[in-house]
Ligand binder design. Structure first.
Ligand code: HEC
Length: 177
């Protein structure tokens, strides 16, 4: 009987220890589940399409002269509002080396490396990182080409960029849930 109780006791201790390790493992995992990353990548692609469609639409319908409110400024205001609500961050960046606003440039390691890849013709650059609170986020970057002749109204140097090449990029940081 005592031996039996002893065995049960050892079992219980092993089980409790194992549960503890499994819990620690979940808290300290070094990569998020692949399916969660996939879902987040899809979300970034959807957002990218919506934002770019809006910028082109605004430029097409509302911007006629250099004095009109540019879609670039509308995008900056929109991204600020979305960031404040805690959904995700997005930033419109220059990749030509001659930004309209000097704040719109790559400013950390991921962005600098991603801009180099975008200039090399890559269409989607991504990296999983942890944010300041230790939560996983998907960092991503997509190119912005000169899609309309009108863009040159305010960015004259876009004229020197080969057709289809990126003049800008959008940098995303989206929580992986
Ligand atoms: C009416 C003038 C105007 C037009 C037309 C315009 N932009 Fe801009 N663009 C701006 C201004 C002003 C900013 C700076 C926005 C800010 O940071 O508040 C800007 C910023 C940008 C940026 C961020 C990098 C930088 O230079 O600061 C990109 C990329 C960009 N525009 C791309 C485009 C594209 C592509 C088009 C054509 C679809 C376009 N712009 C048309 C005025 C314009």
């Amino acid at each position: 009987m005592r031996v039996c109780a002893g065995i049960v006791g050892v079992f219980a201790i092993v089980l409790i220890a194992y549960a503890g390790i499994a819990q620690d493992d979940r808290n300290a995992r070094s990569t998020p589940p692949a399916r969660a990353v996939e879902r987040t990548r899809d979300t970034v692609k959807m957002l990218d399409d919506i934002y770019k469609t809006a910028v082109v639409l605004i430029t097409d319908k509302y911007v006629h002269t250099e004095d009109d409110f540019p879609a670039g400024s509308a995008a900056v205001a929109l991204f600020d509002a979305i960031d404040k609500k805690g959904w995700h961050t997005a930033q419109l960046l220059d990749v030509t080396g001659d930004p309209y606003d000097s704040e719109n440039v790559a400013d950390d390691e991921f962005e600098k490396q991603a801009v180099a890849k975008i200039k090399n013709g890559e269409k989607f650059v991504e990296q999983v990182e942890k944010d300041a609170e230790g939560k996983f986020v998907l960092r991503a970057m997509t190119p912005v080409p000169v899609v309309m002749a009108k863009c040159v109204l305010c960015h004259p140097h876009y004229q020197d960029v080969p057709e289809g090449a990126a003049i800008g990029a959008i940098s995303y940081s989206v929580p992986i849930r």
